[in-house]
Design a binder for this molecule. Sequence first.
Ligand SMILES: [Zn+2]
Length: 318
Amino acid sequence: MGAAKAPSVFLPAGRSPTGLAPVGPKAPGNAGSTRTSMPELPEVEVTRRSIEQPLRGARVLALRLGKPLRWPLGHDPAGLQGLLVGAIARRGKYLWLPLEPAAGAAVPHPRQGLLLHLGMSGSLAWREDALPPGAHDHFDLLTDRGTLRLTDPRRFGAVLWSPALDADPAAKLLGGLGAEPFDPALTAERFHAALQRRGAPIKAVLLAGDVIVGAGNIYACEALFRAGIDPRLAARRISRPRAARLLDALRGTLARALDLGGSTLRDFRDAHGMSGAFQSQAAVYGRAGLPCPGCGGAVRRLVQAQRSTFFCPRCQRR
Ligand SMILES: [Zn+2]
């Protein structure tokens, strides 16, 4: 996996080299000042790649529901027995697990599936053993090959049944999402045009996710630094060349995180370790008061849209 081989847009791509083990170490450093454990797009994509291979074609034996998640499942779990897991796709931070009928079987919703979101603290792990669920394991998809388990201490995650990806509730949840960062249809011109319609600071516009998905806090900060853009600048004031630089910077930042995820997954044991690994290489994120790698001046921290922004006031211009 390399930066040139960017992830596909909501299409299954790539083969997973490994499975995910259930629990890993916490992200290192910056305890208290910045929260790095929230799964971001790269973590979700790495998770998708890791569960794709073992799950695809597996036959559903049962669904085990633990404590309530963000939304109810919306379907009788027993009614999903015997279906086969199709190719897992990602859109933004959602994963879509198609549940297909076995050959020749007639079902009321042949394009149905499960929409999964990891929320604030969720992680998915594939297990071949049948270890009983722990206190924070709130969903199991039991199959004839093993179990997909959602561990989610804060329970902002979700597993939601939908009759199809383009039908509600899935369509409603995905409808407001911005462009996929690696979608070739997202040209610099289109990105610039979308920014022109936003008066909010560029950092807040990136975090909102309705222009482009995937620019979580750490990636937004790093991309704005790489592009030399002050995070407080109104999005509509960004020129077309600077918008092109920002789009490149976002893609480069996310590609680096994906590379890191692919190469460190075994060591970190779960996708959450990724943001910690990425952060240890960050230029500005989590580095308030430390020297900017560009100019040596102090990196500054401010709060925008209730989130910490890290930037260099000298290298990043309005
Ligand atoms: Zn600087």
